[in-house]
Design a protein around this ligand. Structure first.
Ligand SMILES: [Zn+2]
Length: 301
């Protein structure tokens, strides 16, 4: 069965190849400018992935520094004390945390759109709709995705979304700087960009570039974003990430946690012992240096 898209969604669709608007046809969509057709897949999703190679030009400014050492707070995320959306009583979906949810924006109007970039099985749909958004789920190849597309060449017009969410996607992107530019392009001014990216997780599902906190900052800045927060995921330590994903795959979570616990405690004790490590390193540094993944919150000014 074909996914149905509202007029609100059809209005923002654009040819991923040339960027011109596409028109709805029985088979899917057509670009009258470059004559490319985009059809529905067997799973019923409109397939807006690139049909032929496309060149994307980037420029880099060399000889500048990203930031001086103490300029940015890379500490763990605390709950937003003035959240825009009330999620109490809502189950926190996979990969998200209560802290991160507390930074979700509220939709400004009834036609406000959000993009779940790399939506997978659309597990984030509920929380995005609770925040008042019309949900647009895009993935490269998930059979459950409402729409297929390439994060390097998003099939949307400029300034289409108030909110973009991208959870555990960035590490799977071959050209992260291009994705950042694309996310920036389709986000509205004042829009929020929230996501997570693997750091010390093992290689998984063709991951390319796992990001450090500085790498995440650099990628976001390159895209043009104002970076609000980059924070380590405290409960997803390197021990948990490595154990759950690769060392003991499919081991029940509680068993894995109990195996990892002694090592985590030992690590904490070791760091607290103090004399053996440089004094400048703090508990926050330990959490940041040994996290499995980072969370980021950025805006388009
Ligand atoms: Zn076109």
């Amino acid at each position: 069965m074909q996914h149905q898209y509202s007029n609100n969604i059809w209005r923002i669709l654009a040819c991923p190849y040339c960027g011109h608007p596409v028109e709805k046809i029985d088979l899917g969509a057509i670009c009258h400018y470059c004559h490319e057709k985009y059809v529905y897949t067997d799973s019923g999703a409109l397939d807006l992935r690139l049909k032929k190679p496309k060149t994307y030009h980037l420029e880099f400014e060399l000889g500048t520094s990203l930031l001086s050492k103490s300029e940015f707070d890379f500490n763990k995320l605390s709950k937003n004390i003035t959240p825009e959306v009330n999620f109490s009583g809502t189950r926190v979906p996979f990969h998200l945390t209560k802290e991160l949810l507390s930074y979700f924006p509220r939709a400004k109007g009834k036609n406000s759109l959000m993009l779940d970039l790399g939506c997978g099985d659309t597990v984030h749909r509920e929380v995005c709709e609770l925040a008042g958004f019309e949900y647009v789920g895009l993935d490269y190849n998930s059979p459950r995705a409402p729409m297929l597309g390439d994060a390097h060449s998003l099939p949307f017009k400029d300034s289409s979304f108030e909110f973009i969410l991208t959870i555990a996607v960035l590490e799977h992107i071959r050209f992260p700087f291009v994705m950042m530019r694309e996310a920036y392009r389709v986000l509205k001014a004042d829009g929020r960009f929230i996501g997570t990216v693997a750091f010390l997780e093992p290689f998984h599902s063709d991951s390319y570039y796992h990001h450090t906190h500085l790498g995440t900052f650099n990628s976001l800045k390159y895209g043009g974003f104002q970076v609000e927060r980059i924070a380590p995921n405290k409960s997803w330590s390197v021990f948990m990430a490595q154990s759950r994903m690769d060392i003991f795959p499919r081991m029940p979570r509680f068993l894995c946690k109990s195996l990892v616990l002694p090592l985590s405690l030992l690590q904490k004790l070791w760091w607290q012992a103090g004399g053996l490590i440089p004094r400048s390193e703090t508990k926050s540094d330990r959490i940041r240096n040994t996290t499995g993944a980072f969370t980021f919150i950025a805006t388009k000014e």
